[in-house]
Ligand binder design. Structure first.
Ligand SMILES: C[S@@+](CC[C@H](N)C(=O)[O-])C[C@H]1O[C@@H](n2cnc3c(N)ncnc32)[C@H](O)[C@@H]1O
Length: 779
């Protein structure tokens, strides 16, 4: 499908410039920046257009230009955490905000229309927008359905919304939206603009001053301690001198930017980098290990921006549940409740960014009725990339608490079926809660270690693997990540992720008529958890290829890192950074499966061997012959970067296994020294504990896992060697007959899955325990 006109126009969130970080500095020093409360109307509102202006093209263009200049990045959108932990908008809404004002029917909120909306909105008031969409001639939702979503708006004017739009051929939805009303947004927007202008001016002055100082003296910033200087290690101080540290960090960044001219004579770049890392650890509170890992991802100046962005919260975003409502309706209702919001950006049709709220967003009647879910903007991205279609069969391998599952369900309009799996039972409860609240009727919850797929079932049209990860993209949300991730985590997590991705690939039906896609995503920015995992998958499964994500923003993935080379196609993957887009750090890769993974090609006959063998699994000969490119990457690629180093991993894995066994009250010596211990299962267990999520799940131990230990012991019985596969097969058959809906049988599958949403886990568990008791009896 070609890229639609709207898609081309769809803007990415603006990058955060130096001005922003200079402004942050100001905020740090001087406290939170807020707007005055006076609510005085400015003399001239550059966003507000008069009727005359509206009719005059040149005037309108001028306004549009102003709009383009306005960054929709953090300056405008950022919310700050108050000391009491509450999130407050940077700006207060002026008196004009219609918290108590009943919205006029003729003044709809300028939201993007969802597809769902387009087909069934009866209100006359939306006619203009709908007509416009037709004029735009967008293609229907396809794989890259984002091409359609373009109706977000950055400019609002309550005055003009009452007028009938006068659209011409060259006007687009944004034009229309500019003329639509949102009284509360107008006020807020104006204030934010004013604030932004002040911040920009201050930042500029500061930069100029800094540059001037450097030039005047012709000197080089003193960053490194001299021989005679008594060095104080700030990181060891109870109260490090933050001002000193910050100045030294910015000076150091400047030197590294222009090393030739600014470095002190006789000093090496490595010395500067070492000092910078030390200061970053002391100033931001990172462990040296993680600081270096993150620092290495960027040039020094960008690394600084990244660390800075991790100090501020990302905007609060809610996702409209289009199974229950439309975004405009939701926005209007929430505005009536005193919520200040606006569309999250042109790239999403369902996101609303919340600036301020008079009510707890997790307890409004609309929330309870499932009209929306609180969800970080970047969490929309993997689902948008996967683009699940109606009537498809989809697997969400690691789905709790269900933000992405419920999004997919809405995109599929409650048709087809989604298997929402998560290995963590307690997290699965949240998943089930969300599924019910949001009215997802095409979803079946299951509770497996995802590495059991496709043994449990395979043949999916699309698979989402939102993998457990270190969370280095969400440090702003969880500062403990700064210190609690060790080298071991970055060994074990990629190991688990690599196992999971192979299972995900093997669960996709390459012959799917509508799909055959896998999306791999993490909320981490490290290369080990992202590109290296993708590279590994490409190497191990030549029957997949990377395809474009269809996302309109994001930085291309690394094709080379720290001297190692990845497949050139890795540039098709996307990285999202807090400092670049004001969203959580994220990684998204989309694969298309081009051939069968195993000897079994039908979904009814998943290859159990594939899972048992883990990454050692052989690829069927029928897979496409490798291209030169592929051969090259197989020869040169990930083996030396990010591949499994079983020996190295072994020690960590074994240690963790012992600990887990001891927790369970088992004697590690007894269990581990038994002959023919199942190596794969052992490493599975260990790795399952490595992620943030699984760490949380490890205590108390889910029943399923202790069952696994029983199973493991039982497996070691010789007599069971033959009976095991049989019972497993029977269990699978029972599971399938209990839960697998017929593709295409819409009514049946909906009815069945409705029951199964609550009953599927029970059915699956029953089948499992039946199989297990058989196993035990025989043993
Ligand atoms: C990043 S979270 C998923 C978030 C979810 N996709 C959403 O959007 O709400 C990763 C999930 O992986 C689950 N997990 C960890 N190890 C797993 C495994 N081996 N199999 C299945 N799920 C696993 C964790 O319990 C956690 O819920």
């Amino acid at each position: 499908m070609g890229v639609g006109r709207r898609m081309k126009k769809q803007g990415a969130p603006a990058a955060l410039g130096e001005a922003h970080f200079a402004a942050l500095k100001k905020r740090k020093a001087g406290g939170e920046v807020t707007f005055d409360d006076e609510g005085k109307a400015p003399k001239q509102d550059k966003k507000r257009k008069t009727t005359t202006q509206e009719k005059e093209k040149p005037a309108k263009k001028q306004v549009k230009e102003t709009v383009k200049e306005k960054p929709n990045g953090i300056e405008v959108n950022a919310v700050t955490k108050k000391p009491n932990g509450k999130v407050a908008a940077k700006a207060k809404v002026e008196a004009a905000a219609p918290a108590t004002k009943k919205p006029s029917k003729k003044a709809p909120i300028p939201m993007d229309d969802d597809e769902e909306d387009e087909s069934d909105i009866p209100d006359d008031e939306f006619e203009d927008l709908d007509d416009l969409e037709d004029e735009d001639g967008d293609e229907p939702m396809g794989d890259d359905f984002m091409g359609e979503s373009d109706e977000g708006s950055e400019v609002y004017d309550s005055d003009e919304a009452h007028e009938k739009a006068m659209f011409s051929e060259d006007e687009d939805v944004s034009d229309a939206e500019e003329r639509l009303t949102a009284a509360n947004i107008a006020g807020l927007s104006r204030k934010l603009d004013e604030q932004k202008a002040i911040e920009d001016a201050e930042a500029q002055a500061e930069l100029e001053e800094a540059a001037l100082q450097t030039n005047i003296a012709g000197d080089r910033p003193k960053v490194l301690p001299g021989e005679d200087d008594e060095e104080v290690d700030q990181s060891t101080l109870l109260a490090p001198d933050l001002q000193l540290l910050r100045t030294r960090i910015t000076d150091n960044v400047r030197v590294l930017d222009d090393f030739h001219n600014l470095a002190e004579e006789g000093r090496s770049r490595a010395e500067y980098v070492a000092q910078l890392l030390k200061d970053i650890c002391a100033y931001y509170g990172y462990s040296p290990y993680l600081a270096e890992k993150l620092f290495n991802l960027f040039p020094p100046r960008e690394a600084f921006a990244f660390f800075e962005a991790n100090e501020t919260s990302r905007p609060i975003v809610i996702r409209t549940n289009t199974l229950r409502t439309h975004r405009r309706e939701l926005a209007q209702t929430l505005i009536n409740r005193g919520v200040t919001l606006e569309p999250v950006g042109k790239w999403s049709k369902v996101g609303l960014q919340v600036f301020e709220s008079q009510v707890p967003l997790g307890a409004t009647p609309e929330y309870l009725a499932g009209h929306y879910i609180l969800q970080a903007a970047s969490s929309f991205l993997p689902v948008m990339a996967l683009a699940p279609q109606e009537h498809e069969r989809v697997l969400d391998m690691a789905s709790a608490p269900g933000g992405k599952t419920t999004h997919m369900s809405a995109l599929m309009k409650n048709t087809g079926v989604i298997f929402a799996n998560d290995s963590n039972k307690s997290r699965s409860k949240g998943l089930i809660g969300n599924i019910h609240r949001l009215g997802c009727k095409n979803t079946i919850v299951c509770n497996y270690d995802a590495r059991e797929f496709p043994k449990v079932m395979g043949g999916f049209d699309r698979v989402l693997l939102d993998a457990p990860c270190s969370g280095t993209g969400v440090i702003a949300k969880d500062a403990s990540i700064k210190t609690n991730k060790s080298e071991r985590d970055f060994m074990q997590l990629p190991h688990l992720q690599k196992q999971l991705i192979l299972c995900a690939i093997d669960s996709v039906d390459h012959a799917s008529k509508t799909g055959g896609y896998l999306v791999y995503s993490t909320c981490s920015v490290t290369v080990e958890e992202n590109e290296a995992v993708v590279q590994y998958a490409l190497q191990k499964r030549p029957n997949v290829k990377l395809v474009e994500t269809g996302l309109t923003f994001g930085v291309p993935g690394f094709t080379a890192y720290m001297g190692k080379k990845f497949d050139s196609k890795l540039k098709m993957t996307r990285r999202f950074y807090p400092h670049a887009y004001n969203v959580d750090g994220f990684f998204v890769a989309k694969f298309k499966k081009t051939g069968p993974s195993t000897n079994t090609t039908t979904k009814d006959k998943p290859d159990t061997q594939a899972v048992q063998n883990g990454e050692e699994m052989d690829v069927d000969n029928k897979t496409p012959i490798m291209t030169e490119d592929e051969e090259e990457r197989a020869a040169a690629g990930g083996a030396d970067f990010g591949g499994f180093d079983e020996n190295e991993d072994e020690a960590y894995i074994e240690k963790a296994t012992r600990r887990r066994l001891r927790k369970k009250g088992l004697d590690p010596k007894g269990v581990l020294n038994k002959p023919k211990a199942d190596k794969q299962e052992k490493s599975d267990e260990t790795n399952g504990a490595a992620s943030k999520e699984t760490t949380a799940e490890s205590s108390p131990k889910p029943a399923a896992k202790s069952d696994k230990a029983d199973k493991k012991q039982a497996k070691q019985q010789k007599s069971e060697a033959k009976t095991q596969p049989e019972t497993e097969k029977k269990a699978q058959a029972e599971i399938k007959s209990a839960s697998k809906p017929e593709k295409g049988e819409k009514v049946v599958s909906q009815q069945r899955s409705k029951t199964v949403t609550t009953d599927a886990p029970t059915a699956v568990a029953k089948a499992k325990s039946k199989a297990k008791s058989k196993t035990k009896t025989k043993a």
